[in-house]
Design a protein. Structure first.
Ligand code: ADP
Ligand code: ZN
Length: 217
């Protein structure tokens, strides 16, 4: 199975598309954001260390996230990885290249999800998810049928991310433009980059990603 990176600003829909690929193609989602949030919930020392940084919308150190990815790649053979939210810096991109080489794997595609900033702010500041099943909702564009109750699983535990505030989002966007967006050029120069329109309907975006995946080896 191919190994791919989903690249794009916060709110581009990387997580949503990654989850679809997991369901439809049995690929393996490696989201450093999810891993860090899990560490935070588990109360581990690392989790405590990163909590405030994440809440402000700043990037966690390369050392920590590279360590997380190294752990996951070490155990899992076979590939089919979707890197979601990683790499986010050039140092992380170099480290990933090295890790893949060390484990005998290849990066098949880097898919850039393009969206405009105004859309991101609107998407993210209204976002909430079901604590029971992970379904994603939005105050304006996709509210639950019954306020506060999940359409899919009936849970009434709705959660909002601590960094989905307008202020933290501004910081996340700035971090993206300063540190992550250079990766677009980096992977383009390596001949690995494909871009899809992240503002299209979810199914259309999924179709564009499928086209990239099916055109590869
Ligand atoms: P989003 O893409 O919506 O901003 P993520 O869940 O990918 O959300 O990341 C949330 C936060 O976790 C980031 O703002 C950052 O603090 C931290 N984080 C996640 N992945 C990385 C990474 N690869 N490098 C540094 N920090 C990261
Ligand atoms: Zn639910």
């Amino acid at each position: 199975m191919p190994n791919i990176i989903l690249l794009g600003p916060p709110g581009a829909g990387k997580g949503t598309q990654a989850k679809r690929l997991v369901d439809e193609r049995q690929m393996v989602q490696l989201s450093t954001g999810d891993m860090l949030r899990e560490a935070k919930t588990s109360g581990s020392e690392m989790g405590r260390k990163v909590a405030a940084v994440m809440e402000r919308g700043e990037l966690v150190t390369d050392e920590i996230v590279i360590g997380l990815i190294r752990e996951k790649l070490g155990g899992a053979a076979g590939g089919g990885f979707i890197f979601d939210g990683f790499p986010r810096t050039l140092a992380q991109a170099d480290a990933l290249g090295q890790l893949m080489a060390d484990t005998g794997q290849k990066l098949n595609a880097v898919i850039e999800m393009r969206v405009d900033d105004a859309a991101l702010v609107a998407r993210i500041t209204g976002r909430y998810t079901c604590g029971g099943c992970g379904a994603v909702y939005h105050d304006q564009t996709k509210p639950t049928a019954v306020a506060g109750v999940c359409d899919s699983c009936g849970s009434d535990k709705m959660v909002r991310r601590a960094d989905d505030t307008e202020e933290a989002l501004r910081t996340r966007l700035m971090e993206y433009y300063k540190k992550t967006s250079p990766l677009i050029g980096y992977y383009y120069a390596k001949g690995a980059l494909s871009s899809v329109d992240g503002l299209a309907e979810m199914d259309v975006v999924a179709g564009s990603i499928a086209t990239v995946l099916n055109s590869g080896d």
